[in-house]
Design a protein around this ligand. Structure first.
Ligand code: MRU
Length: 374
């Protein structure tokens, strides 16, 4: 998508790769919305760290980072021994796989790369196949998001207000986004609509990232506190909810997504408001049978006890606000916090999944998509 920098619009992908230098290039999401900056990694360990410390985040974006990171690690291997190469690949895989646990996309992405490498008869052939598979994953991510946009835009009627949670926009993917794709397509079709972005504490991806993206694309929106959605639903101010997901179980239709999604789905059901989840096929977990078996990332207490932001004063305004965000302690100093990163929304609360091949009911995922369909 396009970002306006110094008055000029420029196209960026959230994640891209430079094969000549074996470098991964990421938009540094930790600095947004105040600073737009790219971060390069030259080593698979740096790429894993970028996932872990949330330089890059969101299911599709960390999927592509893991795929490229695996190819990057494979391509850095310099001997011709296939046995030693296999051990090295395992180490690279494990390092990237342990960066974050909940989203399934990195695991699906790396499985795609490992499968593609199988037929290679030499280290050099395997390295080439790994690179091609990683590029293919990234291109599929973009194509899937584009297709989600076409299907999802049909759900958007003129004058609607749509609630979204966290960030499942282009920053959470290679480009375009899942939950935001229908919005961008509806905008391109000239439909007027309004978006409410849940703030999404504790990391505030809605207030920081989704709102920034929508502002860049000129989509009318407001940020609302996480606790305000029920109030607006009760007064008829929200007509539809679209979120993304980090892992959707093909067997049951349950969906893990950013903490607070389940609460919004319960509220939507109570008010008979359609609740859609937009996903590329890489977000489908074909094996896990029970939502309670999805690993839920427990994040640091600091995220709940503190807040980060740019100081609001004259000096900051003068400098253009380009300095690093500062952290302030908000909570009572002697209190501890719990911080689950995700929750699981059961199928009965989900109206449908907006997928690249159409809008499917939760119980249609397995029958209509079949394992590995793309
Ligand atoms: O912790 P994050 O920011 O990586 O969480 C992911 C999310 O932004 C959301 O849960 C999103 O809806 C799914 S990612 C497409």
């Amino acid at each position: 998508m396009k970002v306006t920098l110094e008055g000029k619009k420029k196209h960026f992908r959230t994640v891209s790769f430079e094969p000549e230098s074996n470098r991964l290039i990421l938009i540094d999401q930790r600095l947004l919305p105040h600073t737009f900056s790219l971060l390069e990694t030259t080593d698979y360990r740096q790429s894993a760290l970028a996932i872990q410390n949330m330089t890059t985040r969101g299911a599709g974006a960390i999927g592509a980072t893991a795929a490229y990171g695996l190819a990057q690690g494979c391509r850095a291997f310099s001997s011709k021994s296939l046995t030693r190469f296999a051990t090295h690949v395992q180490k690279v895989f494990q390092t990237l796989a342990s960066a974050r646990p909940t989203a399934v996309d990195p695991f699906n992405a790396m499985a795609q790369v490992l499968n593609a490498m199988e037929p290679g008869g030499t280290v050099a052939e395997k390295q080439e196949l790994a690179l091609r598979a990683a590029i293919q994953f990234a291109e599929e991510d973009v194509a899937h998001c584009r297709a989600i946009g076409k299907w999802g835009a049909e759900l958007i009627e003129e004058g609607m207000t749509i609630l979204t949670h966290c960030n499942a926009g282009w920053l959470a993917f290679v480009d375009i986004g899942s939950a935001t794709a229908p919005l961008y397509e509806a905008q391109a079709q000239g439909k007027p609509f309004h978006v409410l972005c849940d703030e999404t504490r504790p990391r505030s991806q809605g207030a920081i990232l989704t709102a920034w993206e929508l502002a860049q694309q000129g989509v009318p929106h407001h940020i609302i506190p996480d606790n305000a959605a029920g109030h607006y639903m009760q007064r008829g101010k929200i007509q539809m909810v679209i979120t993304g997901a980090d892992r959707v179980l093909a067997r049951t239709g349950a969906a893990a997504n950013k903490i607070g999604t389940f609460t919004k789905a319960v509220l939507a059901k109570y008010h008979r408001i359609p609740f859609y989840i937009a996903i590329p096929l890489s977000t489908i977990d074909w094996e896990t049978a029970d939502g309670f078996d999805i690993p839920i990332e427990e994040r640091s207490e600091e995220e709940v006890l503190c807040a980060w932001g740019r100081p609001v004063n004259d000096e900051t305004e003068k400098s253009g606000g380009d300095e690093k965000p500062v952290q302030v302690r908000v909570a009572n100093p002697s209190s501890r916090a719990l911080n689950p990163g995700f929750d699981v929304t059961p199928a009965e609360l989900i109206t449908g999944f907006i997928t690249p091949v159409g809008i499917l009911k939760p119980d249609e995922l397995r029958s209509k998509l079949g394992k590995g369909a793309s």
